[in-house]
Design a protein around this ligand. Structure first.
Ligand SMILES: Nc1ncnc2c1ncn2[C@@H]1O[C@H](COP(=O)(O)OP(=O)(O)OP(=O)(O)O)[C@@H](O)[C@H]1O
Length: 304
């Protein structure tokens, strides 16, 4: 079954801001990365998926259900970790997560057991009786994740789960999200403005920009289908970049390296020809696999 499907989904806010425009995408179960710069429309999409917002136009389905018509059924099967928090400082994590489990419809004792289990999964079992107000940012993020897990949903929607964390905290959170997605049999949609982060843990990537779909694909397909040639000259990098662009090669820069997608054997010849023509000292020319981030950098630079 398709996890999430949208068709020409459009959301225009009251003030006339178009947050999503004609978005059509279908995503299979697994760990899905939703990436886009700040303001791209990620949070809007999540709120539409939850039925918290109504589309201005178009259609949306989650787990085969329509959140516009049947928000209660969707929320029973979906867990949501919001980007910002307003956790009541005087409650302990155990009390808070139990309460939210009760609000999801779990009986009292089941909610208590499930809360304890969810807090164990996120690594807060020992601290669960301390008031949340004294928690670090990383611990608060984990409480938010635990409350999203408490009713054992089929899909988790995580809005910027690494927000405010230091690099070690980010790594730990990403590892936790990956473990939930692979070991718990839950699908996860993880939202981030950092492509390099989600790329590490996702099966599928959906990239949006200015409310429009940039690309939706399997990560493996994105990276394996395209190899790239990395070229380095000891001097004259700018001149070579200009020459390659003039030859219609979509060239991008990474420090001293120029990256050119490998179309066929002719790409090698064009690069070697340009280096010889400009009489530049070639330091290296080698083939390597794309990282997903490069695909988007190349797209942005060719659009500039
Ligand atoms: N309630 C609202 N009323 C009017 N405009 C809004 C509202 N919520 C969001 N927007 C606007 O809609 C656009 C998309 O916002 P959204 O929050 O969905 O983006 P985002 O990709 O989640 O970014 P961020 O990570 O910064 O939250 C932005 O231009 C934003 O200013």
């Amino acid at each position: 079954m398709t996890l999430i499907a949208t068709e020409s989904l459009t959301k225009v806010y009251g003030g006339g801001v178009t947050a999503l425009s004609e978005l059509t995408v279908a995503v299979e179960p697994g760990i899905v990365g939703l990436v886009g710069a700040n303001g791209a429309g990620k949070s809007t999409l999540i709120k539409l998926l939850l039925g918290l917002l109504t589309p201005t136009a178009g259609r949306i389905q989650v787990l085969g259900l329509d959140p516009t018509a049947d928000a209660a059924s969707v929320r029973a099967r979906v867990g949501y970790m919001p980007e910002h928090d307003c956790l009541p400082p005087d409650l302990s994590a155990a009390e808070l997560v139990t309460h939210l489990g009760r609000m999801s419809g779990l009986p009292r004792t089941v909610a208590r057991e499930r809360a304890s289990e969810a807090l164990r999964h996120v690594g807060l079992h020992e601290e669960r009786h301390r008031p949340v107000g004294g928690y670090s940012t990383g611990m608060k993020q984990r409480v938010k994740l635990a409350q999203a897990l408490v009713h054992d949903p089929d899909l988790l929607l995580l809005d910027e789960p690494t927000n405010g964390l230091d690099p070690a905290g980010r790594d730990a959170m990403l590892a936790l999200v990956h473990r939930i997605g692979t070991e718990f049999g839950m699908s996860v949609l993880v939202c981030s403005h950092l492509l390099g982060e989600v790329e590490r843990i996702c099966d599928t990537l959906v990239a949006i920009d200015g409310g429009r779909l940039l690309r939706a694909d399997n990560i493996a397909a994105m990276t394996s289908a395209t190899d790239v040639l990395a070229v380095e000259v000891s001097e004259g990098t700018e001149a070579l970049a200009a020459r390659l662009a003039a030859l219609d090669l979509p060239v991008s820069r990474e420090g001293q390296l120029l990256l050119v997608p490998l179309a066929d054997q002719g790409t090698y010849d064009l690069i070697l020809g340009a280096v010889a023509e400009l009489d530049l000292p070639l330091h290296r020319l080698d083939q390597r696999r794309h990282r997903v981030a490069e695909l988007f950098a190349r797209r942005e630079s060719s659009h500039a």
